[in-house]
Design a binder for this molecule. Sequence first.
Ligand SMILES: Cc1ncc(COP(=O)(O)O)c(C=O)c1O
Length: 382
Amino acid sequence: MIPFHKPYITIDEITEVLDSLKSGWITMGPKTIEFESKFREYLDAKNAVSMNSCTACLHLALNAIGLKESDEVIVPTVTFTATAEVVNYFKARPVLVDVEADTCNIDISLIESKITEKTKAIMPVHFAGQLCDMDEICDIARKYNLMVIEDAAHSMPATYKDRKVGTIGDISCFSFHATKSLTTGEGGMATTENDEWADNMRVSRLHGMSKDAWKRYTGDGSWYYEVESAGYKYNMTDIQAAMGLAQLRKIDWMWQKRKEIADCYTGAFSSRDDIAVPRVKVDRVSGWHLYVVTLNLDALSIGRNQFIEELKKRGVMTSVHFIPLHKHPYYMTAFNYDHRDFPAADSIYERVISLPIYPGMSNEDVGHVICAFDDALQKFRI
Ligand SMILES: Cc1ncc(COP(=O)(O)O)c(C=O)c1O
């Protein structure tokens, strides 16, 4: 059975984590600070603030820009619930927007029609690792005085017009969840060029205590701290950061492996008319967190769900990204979205399948996935 995902953990991560455990410092400490510094250097970003998840980063990013009750935030409907969930924390409204059918990224032609006097921010989600149309999104944001909070959970280490993710919008939020292209088990990082927002997030992630309060058990620190704001318990630990340091050292190599797998899939499937391969726009490099194919259901006698079962019978585990938010019971009842606003998301949702793509896959594994697809497509082709 080829699993859908397997994190790439080697002796490097084990050694770094052991080093943390043996040091006696296992919560936020020197490794967390080093990880932030290395992450910042890698992206050439001014500030990097680590947390215990991307969700926490998205929450504190909205907190830093001053989101308030009844404000509105533009969010694509094709995303994980975390993107809109954090808007709910403020009793603000996530205003869902349809996506482009061929990239699943927010459809920029629809954004302006959703902006009202209450809109405070746009949250582009870089689906599967490919960056959204950031120039156009930032132009719209400037025109209406909105903030751009990027959900960059999928996008390490993607680029857009030769610029690295993490340095384009106002705040970018990365995920280090177990399935992501750089993992710390759970974890996240927010990057921003704005020092004030960075400081706000640094204080908020640790109970609102003055920002060096984590040092209070070291020789450099003091028992004294002040609570500057209500705060949250969102800090990263040194055990997580230890993994992150080891993963960051091989981020380019791990990307190269995923790119090679993506190229194999594209080579195998792009000439077929019963599935479509992902479209990568010419001016950007995808992080290849996911490889999502779209079935041509007119050419097949079975639907997507059954197709997934057929792949499973052939030893291949797959997934679906994402059930659009407007289809979930909570979002349907809480916000009463109009389904007619999301034709692209609705149509894609019925047809997409995410394939295994991770550095630990062997050539045989990739070949196995391709054969399983070929076999199932051939069997169920009309
Ligand atoms: C698009 C997107 N945003 C946010 C998140 C949340 O990330 P985390 O689990 O690190 O909070 C995920 C997680 O899968 C995601 O896919």
